[in-house]
Unconditional design. Sequence first.
Length: 329
Amino acid sequence: MTWKASLSTNYTDGMLILHKGQIVYETYSGCLNERGKHAAMSMTKSLTGLLAEILVVEGKLDSTAKVDTIIPELKNSAFGSATVRQVMDMTTSLKYSEDYADPNADIWVYSKAASPFPKPSGDKGPNGYFEYLQTLKKDTINHGEVFGYKTVNSDTLGWIISKVTGKDMTSLLSERIWMKMGAEQDGYMTVDAKGVPFAGGGISAGLRDMGRIGQLMLNGGKINGQQLFPNKVVENIQAGGDKKAFAAAGYKTLEGGSYHSMWWVMHNEHGAFAARGVHGQTIYVDPTAEMVIVRFSSFPSAANSKIDPTSLPAYQAVAKYLLNKDREK
């Protein structure tokens, strides 16, 4: 498959490639253009994880602390006995299903609770993210044993961040990253009925601004001559998480990988890591090739396992191409 064919096959709405901090490729299709914004979906999680890792490195958040010592409201939920790190790496033990193809999965109950619209008369279900998180029960396995991709971890982490800093996740992201990185557009965040930001998937933003996020990660927290956060933050994320716990989850297209601070770590020869969202969203950072790829997509299936076989090899091919061009110089 050619590069161009892969774009249409994967329902690409926008693609941006940065090499050594410069745009070397940019294309838009469908309803998206350079002035438009696109749902980042679960790439939002990686920004939530980034904020948490910054707080950990700065000594403002103890990753070994039990969640209920920070959020007493979660004492009787599954999260209460988990550590902050287990939430950050999604190795919590939860009775919760995130199968988007199953209309009866817990994710849809969660979505109903989080809806910003008024609840129907007589509705007795939880209202908002935080109320729902308090209802979750622990599964039979121990925390820390198995990676389980569950959005509720991200919103719990957003709550932890707000408890520690006294600011919601959106305000902190704006102050620490967005306002300082040279963003050319505002980002937008969906909220629940009580105004709580959707830390697990609520951001909509422009393609180039997500490219700036990728460049920040590639540069170890530095952009436009400013160090926005310590290089140690990126070092920690790139080092990855528990490979054994990740392998137990059975991700066929990401074998040998791990998940750490809500970033997907490939552990390939280039040391690549990524922010990923359903329907094909990604920020792919390749330190060896000094490359950042950002893709917005509208792939019909939510699962990225359907798109990985034609996207991950394409990213690696571009990285090799750029490295070869550098050698020719």
